[in-house]
Design a protein around this ligand. Structure first.
Ligand SMILES: *[C@@H]1O[C@H](CO)[C@@H](O)[C@H](O)[C@H]1NC(C)=O
Ligand SMILES: *[C@@H]1O[C@H](CO)[C@@H](O)[C@H](O)[C@H]1NC(C)=O
Ligand SMILES: *[C@@H]1O[C@H](CO)[C@@H](O)[C@H](O)[C@H]1NC(C)=O
Ligand SMILES: *[C@@H]1O[C@H](CO)[C@@H](O)[C@H](O)[C@H]1NC(C)=O
Ligand SMILES: *[C@@H]1O[C@H](CO)[C@@H](O)[C@H](O)[C@H]1NC(C)=O
Ligand SMILES: *[C@@H]1O[C@H](CO)[C@@H](O)[C@H](O)[C@H]1NC(C)=O
Length: 396
């Protein structure tokens, strides 16, 4: 009898420990593979798995290239990002410093579902960069194809900078900075919310310039469909505590295209106005389908003079008036107060760290508990003699 001391409990506890550990490892795996939403174009695994990536209003994908790829393999395959919706509008956006291919043997082509043979654009050695920040189009998918021009020759991925993002036209992750390469890109509204900031954080540099652009024009238009017929172009302004007049900025909305003429402006907010420190909403009249945001500041203003994300303008196609938009802010707009990009990064990192810590803590606790439990059982069995109780099975 003494030989069998602990064995039933110990075995079932052992099984229990294994099960718990397996479940925890699985959980940890799920935690770690939590959608980071990055597609690496020169990845062997991606080509082998043949996966296609589905975009929705909440899920978007960053398309990039790894400077240090794995062992030689076949990485030349299309990466397809598709929309889960039927009448789909996908936006191709370009983030950070404009993408560039500095190796003569590299070429990136981007296709949509309407012109399968005719690329939206090719990115090649020096000759061509894509000068837009965003291009929204009605398409079922966007295909990205990075390849070698001469298949036998080498391609140095360190000479490639590729940073595109595919988002749904309704994504809250559409961003405009009133500086540099963002000026002149046209933006489309179709149940959309686009965030316009004065300039990005230092960590998301968009140009190598040290000063801010003194004039920036950003066209915004509503997509013409029966659904959007009665909508207005609206602006919802959210100042930070750091709004100040050091750069002498003014934000106007023109109906005369790219112009600074006051006669064409239907809305103006400048830093000297009290309203620049107050949250407010403004909407264009129903008939106005296209406007141009004209942002002005003094010339040669260093970047440090304006706080990054000093203010945020949300541009929307809204079925209602400025008053109804203000009223709605508690529901639709309030949740957008947090900058989505920053939050996403912070959240992903935090989730991962929390997952790892919790998993480690739980594993340690389980081991300690098992050791203590079996020891105590053994001890009490030795001290008080075996009291076999078959009616009390050890459950796991
Ligand atoms: C999506 O479009 C396809 C073809 O245009 C059609 O056959 C299908 O029924 C549509 N699906 C939905 C959910 O509307
Ligand atoms: C490509 O070359 C240009 C000009 O020499 C340089 O400024 C840029 O940083 C290079 N980009 C990459 C990704 O190497
Ligand atoms: C501020 O900008 C306006 C034009 O937008 C200009 O008339 C004015 O002189 C500027 N003020 C300063 C102090 O630079
Ligand atoms: C702006 O605010 C200041 C200080 O709060 C106040 O003295 C001034 O009257 C306000 N101006 C307008 C036009 O409301
Ligand atoms: C305006 O804000 C910038 C950036 O936060 C700061 O460096 C500058 O001193 C501020 N200027 C004034 C007049 O408050
Ligand atoms: C727009 O608002 C009007 C009145 O509030 C409403 O009757 C209409 O159904 C709305 N249209 C859409 C597309 O939501």
């Amino acid at each position: 009898m003494s030989k069998r001391c602990c064995s039933p409990e110990f075995h079932s506890m052992n099984r229990c420990l294994w099960h718990t550990t397996l479940v925890l490892l699985l959980g940890l795996h799920v935690c770690l593979s939590h959608d980071t939403n990055t597609i690496v174009l020169n990845s062997c695994e991606r080509c082998a798995s043949n996966v296609e990536y589905e975009v929705s209003a909440d899920v978007d994908y960053l398309i990039t290239v790894s400077p240090t790829p794995g062992p030689p393999c076949h990485w030349e395959c299309k990466a397809r990002v598709y929309s889960g919706k039927n009448s789909s509008w996908l936006c191709l956006s370009q983030v950070g410093i404009v993408s560039q291919i500095n190796d003569s043997n590299g070429e990136l082509s981007v296709y949509d579902s309407r012109r399968k043979d005719n690329a939206i654009f090719h990115l090649k050695y020096y000759l061509s960069t894509w000068h837009h920040r965003e291009d929204c189009r009605q398409t079922e998918f966007l295909d990205f194809y990075l390849r070698k021009v001469k298949s036998k020759a080498k391609l140095d991925f360190k000479k490639l900078r590729i940073n595109f993002r595919v988002v749904d036209i309704e994504s809250t992750n559409r961003v405009v900075y009133l500086d540099g390469t963002y000026c002149t890109t046209a933006y489309k509204l179709f149940n959309s919310k686009i965030s316009i900031y004065n300039q990005p954080d230092e960590t998301e540099a968009i140009t190598y310039e040290h000063t801010l652009y003194s004039l920036c024009g950003v066209p915004v238009e509503i997509v013409d469909t029966p659904e959007t017929q009665h909508k207005r172009i609206c602006f919802y302004y959210m100042p930070s505590d750091q709004v100040n007049c050091s750069s002498n900025w003014s934000f106007s909305v023109s109906v005369g295209g790219y112009t600074t003429s006051p006669a064409n402006m239907i809305y103006t907010l400048n830093c000297a106005q009290n309203r620049s420190r107050e949250t407010h909403a403004w909407c264009a009249d129903v008939g106005i389908r296209k406007v141009t945001v004209i942002f002005q500041r003094n010339s040669n203003v260093p970047k440090s003079v304006e706080q990054p994300r000093m203010f945020r303008f949300l541009v929307l196609d809204h079925n209602g008036t400025a008053e109804s938009l203000m009223a709605e802010k508690t529901t639709a707009v309030k949740e957008l107060l947090i900058p989505p990009e920053e939050e996403a990064v912070v959240n992903n990192n935090n989730i991962m760290i929390i997952c790892i810590l919790v998993s480690i803590a739980v594993v340690v606790l389980v081991i300690v508990a098992v050791v203590l439990y079996s020891r105590r059982r053994c001890l009490s069995l030795l001290l008080y003699g075996p009291v076999h109780n078959p009616a009390n099975p050890t459950a796991c």
